[in-house]
Design a protein around this ligand. Structure first.
Ligand code: GMT
Length: 380
């Protein structure tokens, strides 16, 4: 198949999933065309089946806000026409699903019929999408998509609860490439960071409010009083300076390292003992899955898709949002020397359910079904 993938190119869940999916499909022999405004972060190698088309956003003094959606729709029309794509798969509804709807209408006037699949990732539904300033467009473009997938049962339910949806939503969970995300021997790194054998606690995110990193800081502050430990913070974003201030206030600066945006997250995860994800909302929790694949147990909140990923008592524990005491107690249980290895193995066992080799065929089968249904509708 020739597939157009539209996504955010940034360091973040939906863009990572879209890029990894495209790379995996290219390996299966499909021709993949990424359409976005800059090179996706994880599109870091050459393959004869991978193409990247940059959306050209022209500004004009009249435009206080350059109309990205129009430039994107125009680029989709161009790529579908010239590359003769079979399908468009857009990740994150805003504004990709409505831009795809517009592109599809334009293509129809040229006699080209192309199915559009929209994958919902989380905040496009639970946070931004349901805001009245976007809701009508999000509802419309989900209902107009030829196929819709959500990354968890919970996100499917949220979508049905918040929007007037007439379309079927297929759940295809996120996945992990276990050949990349695996525990590696990084003893030198562990010794450098934790010279006295301290436990290593990790948090990865885009440092947005919804991640509740202040809870990470409070949990860590309690943990380190019981078990010698260090905290590694991976990623960057709007909350970072607030969190740096919290380190000073709590007096934890010597035990906390801000590692910024890393390309080789798996190397750091390889020395981890515990991953913290106390998010307010989390439709899947890809960063937790990456940790689990590297045998790092997870203490997370119990919202959204997290209970579908983090199996209570096996890969770690879940707790109510904001319940710092419970999260600390559960972290201490995991870090207990009599339990840690069991949880590390449990985390890996659960991560294997999301192996890319199991999930990518689900997308391929779904693509074929949507293309088949569209052809059938055209003949009817
Ligand atoms: O977590 C974010 O804010 C980024 C966001 C995104 O779209 O890039 O992540 C969402 O999609 C990820 C990939 O499907 C999921 O793993 C995250 O759980 C989801 N984030 C939220 O629901 C807050």
């Amino acid at each position: 198949m020739k597939i157009g993938i539209v996504c955010y190119p940034t360091y973040g869940g939906s863009g990572v999933v879209a890029t990894e999916l495209g790379k995996a499909l290219a390996k299966q022999g499909h021709e993949i065309h990424f359409i976005t405004y800059s090179q996706p972060t994880r599109l870091d190698f050459f393959s004869e089946n991978l193409y990247y088309h940059e959306v050209d956003i022209r500004s004009y003094p009249l435009f206080q806000y350059p109309p990205y959606e129009l430039a994107l729709a125009s680029k989709m029309v161009d790529v579908v026409t010239h590359e003769q794509l079979d399908l468009l798969h857009v990740h994150y509804a805003i504004p990709h699903a409505s831009a795809a709807f517009m592109a599809k209408q334009i293509l129809t006037t040229k006699g080209i019929r192309i199915p559009v699949i929209t994958t919902l990732h989380g905040t496009d539904i639970t946070l931004v999408g349901k805001d009245p300033s976007y809701e009508p467009v999000v509802t419309f473009s989900i209902n107009q998509s030829d196929g819709v997938t959500a990354v968890s049962e919970s996100l499917k339910q949220d979508t049905l609860d918040h929007f007037d949806i007439t379309n079927h939503i297929e759940v295809v969970p996120n996945f992990i490439d276990l050949s990349r995300f695996q525990r590696q021997k990084k003893d030198h790194f562990k010794t450098a960071i934790a010279p006295d054998g301290e436990r290593l606690i990790i948090h990865t995110s885009n440092f947005r409010k919804v991640k509740r990193i202040e809870d990470v800081m409070h949990i860590f502050d309690r943990l380190r009083k019981e078990v010698p430990s260090k905290l590694l913070l991976i990623g960057d974003g709007p909350e970072r300076s607030k969190i740096e201030n919290m380190c000073r206030e709590l007096g934890t600066c010597n035990d906390v390292r801000f590692l910024g945006k890393l390309d080789v997250i798996e190397e750091v995860l390889s020395v981890g003992d515990l991953f913290l994800m106390p998010s307010e909302k989390e439709s899947f929790g890809l960063a937790a899955l990456e940790a689990m694949a590297c045998q790092v147990p997870v203490v997370s909140s119990n919202v959204g898709g997290l209970p579908e990923l983090n199996e209570d008592g096996v890969s770690g524990f879940t707790a109510n949002v904001g319940d710092i005491e419970d999260m600390t107690a559960k972290s201490l249980t995991i870090l207990d020397k009599d339990n840690l290895d069991r949880f590390k193995q449990g985390a890996f066992k659960v991560a294997k359910r999301f192996d890319i080799y199991n999930i990518v065929p689900e997308y391929e089968a779904y693509y074929e079904r949507v293309i088949f249904e569209m052809k059938g509708a055209a003949l009817a």
